[in-house]
Design a protein around this ligand. Structure first.
Ligand SMILES: [Zn+2]
Length: 269
């Protein structure tokens, strides 16, 4: 089997989408951008919309499932894989039943085992995933209220981990956001701080042989890559060469398990 190839097309509260080559097929993880934006970003990654026949959803908030996709999904006969908990809401947003492949536990996709991991986020929660090709394993988790033990047990023996690193607590506290929003984000059912994310990544790294650590869903208002770089420099300098920080506005380089990316990953600001 070919090695995993993985690219985050963009990540943040204005939209999320990533692509993973599983076997010889491309799978999209979340579809939170417009069709036009997605096509442009796929093109930059050397792909076209027609290359994607499957979408796996973490949850159906608008930044992960943009309802403008419903028509394209129907027209192109794309299979949308989502947990049965999220089916009623996805259908209420316009997703047709013939395009839904609901799961309740692990499932197989193009020769890859996909293990969903349920984590807290707002009312219905969200799903992290471990994609296991038999040779390689990729873990993907975003929009976590906190990091539960069962997620850390599943995220072992990974080659690539993509993990949320949403906010810097000081920037969050001084952001001028209303208190209820700060509490929603930081209260264990919203998003992960940089330190919470790093702590989980360190545990995952200790039980894996990682070639890439990819950070997802940085808050535009309450985070900056320089905070993440200094945190890693201070507490996990061995992981810094593996680090790719995703961006809201442009795709990451295409990553491959076992191979490093020899280029500047993001602009420091
Ligand atoms: Zn989100």
């Amino acid at each position: 089997m070919n090695g995993f190839k993985f690219c985050v097309l963009g990540s943040g509260s204005s939209g999320n989408a990533s692509v993973l080559q599983s076997g010889m097929k491309w799978v999209m993880l979340d579809c939170g951008f417009s069709i036009k934006q997605t096509k442009e970003r796929l093109k930059r990654a050397g792909l076209a919309l027609a290359d994607v026949q499957d979408i796996v959803l973490t949850h159906v908030d608008r930044d992960h499932f943009n309802p403008v996709w419903c028509r394209t999904i129907q027209n192109q006969g794309i299979n949308v894989h989502l947990h049965r908990l999220h089916v009623p809401r996805a259908m209420s947003l316009g997703l047709q039943s013939e395009n839904i492949v609901a799961f309740d536990g692990a499932f197989t996709l193009h020769g890859c085992t996909v293990e969903p991991v349920h984590v807290a986020h707002d009312e219905l929660g969200t799903f992290g995933y471990v994609f296991d090709s038999g040779d390689e394993r990729l873990g993907f988790a975003t929009d976590l209220g906190h990091v539960p033990e069962h997620l850390l047990s599943s995220f072992s023996n990974l080659d690539i981990v993509a993990f949320e690193s949403n906010y810097d607590p000081m920037m969050q506290e001084t952001s001028g956001r209303p208190q209820f929003l700060k509490e929603r984000i930081m209260g264990g059912g919203g998003h992960l701080s940089n330190a919470q994310s790093l702590c989980a990544v360190q545990t995952i790294a200790s039980q894996s042989t990682l070639s890439h650590v990819v950070l997802l869903h940085l808050s535009r208002q309450c985070n900056a890559p320089r905070h993440i770089h200094s945190l890693y420099e201070e507490h996990a300098s061995a992981l810094r060469p593996l680090l790719t920080i995703s961006h809201q506005d442009h795709p990451t380089p295409m990553m491959q398990a076992g191979k490093s990316v020899n280029m500047v990953q993001e602009v420091l600001f």
